[in-house]
Structure formats: C-alpha cells, structure tokens
Write a protein that binds this ligand. Structure first.
Ligand code: DX5
Ligand code: ZN
Length: 239
C-alpha cells in the first residue's frame, strides 16, 4: 500500500512538497548570496515579497531588483508575492524582469479574472492569495484558473510575525474541495508550526525568519519537507 502511495507521488499524480524561503528578513545588501544560500540548503523555489506601501504598510523592492537577481540565479523559480494595490500594473514588468509566478491578492483588484488572464498571457504562472480576514470561499470561482492559491497566516506586511493557527480550516477547505491544487501557506511558518500546515493540507511552504535565522537551514528545510511528505502520505492512505 505504501509503495503504491509513493509511486503515485513520484508519478506526479498528487501534489508535491515545495519549500520556498522568503528572503524578506535576510541581509538585503547581500540579496543574491542569501538567495543562493537558501537554494544550496535544499529550497525548491524562492518566495519574493513585493510591497508598495499602499496595500500593506511597508516597502520592499520591485521588478528592477528581480531583473538584477535573475542572471545570478538563472534556473530558480521566482514566486512573486505581490502585496501591491494595483496588481495589474506590474505584470509586464515582472515578466520582463524574469518572474516565474505572479501571486496577487484577491483584495487588491476588482477584477481577479482579468488579472489572471493577463498574467497567463504574459507567460507566467498565476497565484491568488487572501489575507487573514478574507473568507476562503471567495476563491471558489478562481481555483480552476490559477496555478496556486496562497493562504496568509499573518497580516501581510512584515516578516517575523506570529503564526495564525486559526487559518488552518481555510487550507483544509481548499484541500477537501479542490483536490490536488497547489496550496501555499505564508507567515510565521517554521519547525514549530509546520505540522499544523501539513495536517491541514498545505504543500507549498513559505518560511522566512525561521529559515533565514536557522543555524542549519539545510536541516530545517529537510525537517519541514519530511513533515509535509508524511502528512500527504497519510492523507492518501486514508482515502
Ligand atoms: C509577510 C510576507 C511573508 C513573510 C514570511 O507579509 O508575505 O512572506 O515575510 O516571513 P516569516 O516566515 O518570518 O513570517
Ligand atoms: Zn510572502
């Protein structure tokens, strides 16, 4: 039975675990080397937090920084977490800069469908996210159109905040109703909170300060990956 489950996972018929460090709280004067450090520790992709001072009360960086980063990390998947007020505005620029996925917030646009269409037309993968106060059901009409959904487990804007465990039912709802979709969890995720995320059904794991400040990021990534893999195996066995 277990062999069968592992074969199913290997053939890609069920969602894969991916660990995506957020470099928001790293030494941003050494951004490329911090990104490389995370990839060398076994990360699957990078989660890059873009903030505009409007959608969230903080500023980070935009497409010019992504453009400089891309040649240094030519093969890395860049998931752009666009915490910006007008997500439609930066699609072309981000694509030209080398973004792989454009993850915008449901709350930031009046027309998520058009935003998704423009992202796809630009040749990027599309992700849609919700803030903690937004009910998960608002995502229902968009699930079939996107590559990934993002459930925030902190109020977006800052790294190093406390994980909101009461967001887990949102993840469980999506996993129950929408099968194999990629579900990303972001905010306060680390070794102390990964089990809750895994049990709820998340498979794309963003971790910022817990990884950046880890004395052994390789071991921290390995541990989180194992916890999520085991939860997926259990859920397959229970079917
Ligand atoms: C918060 C960002 C997150 C955050 C992750 O607005 O979207 O990506 O920086 O960092 P930690 O894991 O420290 O919460
Ligand atoms: Zn983020």
């Amino acid at each position: 039975m277990l062999d069968h489950v592992i074969l199913k996972m290997a053939s890609g018929s069920c969602c894969l675990v991916k660990i995506g460090p957020s470099i928001l709280n790293s030494d941003l004067s050494n951004l490329a080397s911090e990104c490389q450090r995370m990839m060398d520790a076994g990360a699957d992709y990078l989660h890059l937090d873009v903030m505009d001072g409007h959608f969230v009360p903080n500023l980070t960086f935009g497409h010019p920084v992504v453009k400089c980063l891309r040649p240094k990390l030519p093969d890395v998947f860049f998931d752009m977490h666009m915490m910006v007020a007008k997500p439609e505005q930066w699609i072309e620029e981000m694509q030209a800069a080398g973004a792989s996925q454009y993850t915008f917030h449901y709350e930031a646009t009046e027309d998520p469908k058009t935003c998704i269409r423009k992202i796809k037309e630009a040749g990027m993968k599309a992700g849609i996210g919700i803030k903690p106060k937004t009910p998960v059901e608002v995502l229902d009409p968009f699930i079939d159109l996107v590559d990934m959904v993002l459930i925030m487990t902190v109020e977006p804007g800052f790294g190093g905040q406390k994980f909101m465990g009461d967001m887990m039912p949102k993840i469980a709802y999506l996993r129950e109703h929408f099968g194999q979709i990629d579900i990303e969890v972001d905010g306060g995720v680390g070794p102390a909170t990964i089990q809750q995320c895994a049990d709820a059904g998340a498979n794309m794991i963003v971790s910022g300060s817990a990884l950046i400040n880890s004395e052994n990021p390789r071991e921290t990534i390995r541990y989180m990956r194992t916890v999520v893999e085991e939860a997926i195996q259990r859920s397959q066995l229970e079917r």
